[in-house]
Design a protein around this ligand. Structure first.
Ligand code: IPM
Ligand code: MN
Length: 353
């Protein structure tokens, strides 16, 4: 019997559904060629659903998602819903509930894609950020007092546990070893100011490094990393960092690899259910216009297959995407591709070997 995977699909809001359809098109093409089956179950979660029903993410949905092999997510975010409700109520809740403690974000510039960095090309821009995904400032520790008065106090603390930091760092070392490129892992922190949190990160980093003598270690402060990512992106192979810094530097990473139209990420629990998403938002103003680039969603699907162990299928998707980027798309930006969302999906599917 051929291998089967149950994929939970959350198309979500805005342009999410449009790009998810193209991701599934490519997944279906490659799975047929590789001889495995993907069964999809759709979940209507997001801003629209919340507006209609008042429901965000129910226990029933979580229970059902826990039985999937992976989750494929389009985008969550709605212009009529107050910021924070959907982000915390859906995206972060899913990451935390499924203990997806790694946010894996490749920053790779493909041939045919423009980077805003002068003088740099695909040979220089090819690294991966391993972002801790369940702790730090995102843990929600804190509170406020005397809200709305002149004496208001707001506290939001960064939670860093030895266990959480170590498992993230270990994953990054393993990933760096398997990636087998520069064999260099850079810790991105702020040891000169955040002397409690990043002291823990730094000590853990060098302790774990002893188990990986084949990997070179490096350290840079987060502000300097931002500088080097623009000035000398070729220095990086794998970067490991906390949740907040990882959030920030991967938006910078997305820009240097061509933009949100191509940037994908995986929220990974190596022992559980992982979730894959294009890292851009729901882009409400483009909804239904078929102008958004589905490559980010297709590359999220690619990352999903790679994580599920379907390496050959993942490689085929990457090759097809590379051909489309090199030969067919004028520009990766929304509305500038020279073809529609659907046409890009058709092209990628058509090039799958
Ligand atoms: C991301 C997003 C989320 C984050 C938001 C929407 C909560 O920016 O996936 O990077 O901050 O993690
Ligand atoms: Mn972000």
């Amino acid at each position: 019997m051929s291998k089967e995977y149950n994929i939970a699909v959350i198309p979500g809001d805005g342009t999410g559904p449009e790009v998810v359809v193209e991701g599934i098109k490519v997944l279906d093409t490659v799975s047929a060629k590789e001889g495995f089956n993907l069964n999809y179950t759709d979940y209507q979660i997001g801003g629209e659903h919340y507006k209609k029903t008042g429901e965000i993410l129910t226990d029933d949905v979580k229970l059902s998602l826990s039985k999937a092999d992976a989750v494929f997510l389009g985008a969550i975010g709605h212009p009529d819903v107050k910021p924070g409700i959907l982000e915390k109520g859906i995206l972060l809740d899913l990451r935390f509930h499924f203990d997806q403690y790694i946010n894996l974000r490749p920053v790779k510039l493909y041939e045919g894609v423009d980077t805003p960095i002068k003088g740099k090309g695909p040979a220089e821009i090819d690294f991966v950020v391993v972002r801790e995904n369940t702790e730090g400032l995102y843990a929600g520790a804190g509170g406020c007092l005397k809200k709305g008065t002149p004496d208001e106090v707001a506290i939001q603390e960064s939670i860093n546990t030895r266990k959480g930091v170590e498992r993230c760092i270990r994953y990054a070392f393993e990933y760096c070893r398997n990636r087998n490129k520069g064999k260099t892992l850079t810790l991105c922190g702020k040891t000169n100011v955040l002397t409690f949190a990043f002291d823990l990160w730094e000590r853990t980093f060098y302790e774990v490094a002893k188990d990986y003598p084949d990997i070179k270690t490096d350290y840079a402060h987060v502000d300097a990393i931002c500088m080097w990512m623009v000035k000398n992106p070729e220095w990086f192979d794998v970067i490991v960092t906390d949740n907040m810094f990882g959030d920030i530097i991967t938006d910078l990473g997305a820009m240097i690899q061509g933009g949100m139209g191509v940037a994908a990420g995986g929220n990974i629990n190596p022992e559980g259910v992982s979730m894959f998403e294009p890292i851009g938002g729901s882009a409400p103003k483009y909804t239904g216009k078929q102008v958004i680039n589905p490559i980010a969603a297709i590359m999220a699907a690619q990352l999903m297959l790679e994580t599920l162990g379907e390496k050959s299928a993942a490689l085929k998707i990457e090759k097809a995407v590379m051909k489309v980027l090199k030969d067919d798309i004028k520009d990766v930006g929304a509305g500038k591709m020279g073809c529609s969302t659907k046409e890009v999906g058709n092209l990628v599917a058509g090039y799958i070997e």
